[in-house]
Design a protein around this ligand. Structure first.
Ligand code: NG6
Ligand code: CA
Length: 506
């Protein structure tokens, strides 16, 4: 296997002769909450995503690809560290004032890319915490540690998420457009005297009202999670977030077109609050959620356009995927439920964001690299946990630090020559799961069966669950009792994985 891979990496060193860039650029477009069934190349019919579809048509579209978790923070933790998030305490959904979750001492995907000679960049959603101590960030100076300390040369990020304060962009870890005379103050425990909240001042909610939670600080006519005061000149406008972060992603591409680069572009779409630009509002017929999908597709088109204009499209590996599965009502009254009708964000799978059922982590995953990746579809079992191990092989890096064992080199599967992929992947959204190409085992758990707010089936069950994913993609027929040997085998895998570490302190 090693020999075959070397042939692939050597190929890009010589193709095109003198003027060819030695190593391909890597662009990772990381959507937020886009489900398996949300893109037209994955079967959506009521919303069209022609720009993503074009990448799928000339690239490889995976049908069994997984995020490392069913929510954003742990998925991103796995993506950047190559370590399963369930091995570490404190990798759950981060508050907007959480301390940095990845430690500067850890080896990471961007550090590996730097070692491979790449210029690295993080643009868009962050949601991995910032600073050394929760609630003690220096929002009016340089917030550190941050992206730079874990390997990003350049960053233009949203401090946490769209629905969490502080609602500002940080460029290289400093709030953009901040007036020092109006400093940012943030609290996740109590409001600042005199500041309005969504709960007490619903008349200020001119753009979106909450359906559950999200009733604290009011920023731009939308209430959020957490309290905030000041920083008025730095506040983002929700309808311009996609424009702002896409512009910065494009600018990074233009400025670095002459040397190999790695761009992590985490879109805000289609996370709540969904309030796309007026160019997209009302255009999908499915309300803000559908309109945000159109806006996401536009962001993809801008990145592609920039790569083509820079003349580096053919020498760029583009990956389009999502951090977790879909959710319809995630806390705002944006008509997503009423206008969904026959659209199925979860595709043929059960559950959604937050769920151990399949739609929690089975996400779109498209790999595009002209002439290098097989075109068509792949049913290989792949996971974002392998980004580090796989790109280390692709870039032929001599890394100075060990790549975590969880992060495998799956380059042959990602490029389409290996049709099988992983033997298994461990999932985590509450209880742990073991998924192989054929079977899925879900550990017993006492959690709630439903998330009542989002109306998501969580997959918790006090008994063993076993599903045959070839015959029963919807996970409706629990065949654990009839297949004790398979249950035992998969439990054994899980025990071996747990023995390598679970819930350890960082
Ligand atoms: C939940 C939020 C939800 C979303 C999620 C994180 C409430 C009631 N719900 O706690 O709106 O922000 O966290 O989503 O606050 S994620 O995609 O970033 O993981
Ligand atoms: Ca998410």
């Amino acid at each position: 296997m090693r020999t075959k891979l070397k042939t692939i990496s050597l190929a890009f060193a010589t193709v095109g002769g003198l003027y060819a860039q030695q190593k391909p650029n890597i662009v990772l477009i990381y959507a937020d909450d886009i489900g398996y069934g949300d893109l037209s190349c994955y079967g959506a019919t009521r919303v069209q995503t022609p720009n993503v579809d074009a990448l799928a048509n000339s690239g490889l579209r995976f049908r069994n690809a997984h995020a490392a978790a069913a929510t954003s923070t742990p998925s991103r933790y796995g993506l950047f560290t190559g370590e399963y998030p369930w091995r570490r305490k404190g990798t759950g959904i981060a508050a907007g004032d959480a301390a940095m979750i990845i430690k500067p001492t850890q080896y990471t995907l961007p550090k590996m890319m730097q070692e491979a000679g790449y210029t690295t960049s993080a643009v868009g959603k962050w949601h991995l915490g910032l600073g050394n101590e929760t609630g003690k960030q220096e929002w009016n100076g340089r917030v550190a540690p941050g992206p730079n300390e874990i390997g990003f040369d350049y960053s233009y990020i949203m401090a946490a998420t769209g629905d969490r304060v502080p609602c500002v962009y940080l460029e290289n870890q400093r709030a953009v457009g901040l007036d020092p005379k109006d400093p940012i103050q943030v609290s996740y425990t109590k409001n600042f005297p005199g500041e309005p909240t969504g709960k007490e001042n619903p008349e200020l909610l001119t753009k979106l009202k909450p359906s559950h939670g999200h009733d604290m600080a009011v920023v731009n006519g939308i209430s959020r999670i957490g309290y905030m005061k000041g920083g008025k000149s730095a506040l983002w406008e929700d309808e311009n977030i996609a424009d702002s972060i896409t512009t910065h992603a494009v600018r990074f591409i233009e400025r670095n077109k002459n040397k190999p680069f790695f761009l992590y572009f985490g879109t805000n779409d289609i996370h709540v609050p969904r309030y796309p630009n007026e160019r997209f509002r009302g255009k999908s017929g499915m309300g803000c959620r559908g309109d945000a999908i159109l806006q996401f597709d536009w962001s993809v088109s801008e990145v592609v356009r920039a790569l083509k204009e820079a003349g580096i499209y053919d020498n760029t590996l583009i990956i389009v995927t999502s951090d977790n599965g879909p959710v319809v009502d995630d806390g705002y009254q944006d008509e997503a439920v009423a206008l969904l009708k026959n659209h199925k964000p979860w595709g043929p799978f059960r559950g959604g964001k937050y769920s151990t059922f399949e739609a929690g982590t089975r996400v779109p995953f498209i790999v595009h690299w002209p002439g290098k990746v097989r075109t068509g579809v792949s049913d290989a079992l792949v996971s974002q946990i392998d980004m580090l191990g796989t790109l280390a092989e692709l870039t032929d890096v001599k890394s100075t630090q060990a790549i975590p064992e969880d992060s495998q080199n799956q380059l042959p599967a990602w490029l389409g020559s290996d049709l099988k992929g992983r033997d298994y992947v461990i999932g985590a959204a509450g209880t742990l799961t073991v998924l192989t190409s054929e079977w899925k085992y879900i550990e017993p758990g006492n959690g709630a069966a439903y998330n009542a707010f989002t109306n998501t089936e969580l997959g918790n069950n006090p008994n063993d669950q076993l599903y045959n994913m070839c015959r029963d993609r919807g996970e409706y027929d629990n065949v654990a009792e009839e297949n004790p040997l398979i249950v035992r085998f998969l439990k054994q895998i899980l025990e071996e994985e747990k023995a390598k570490g679970i819930n350890k302190e960082l």
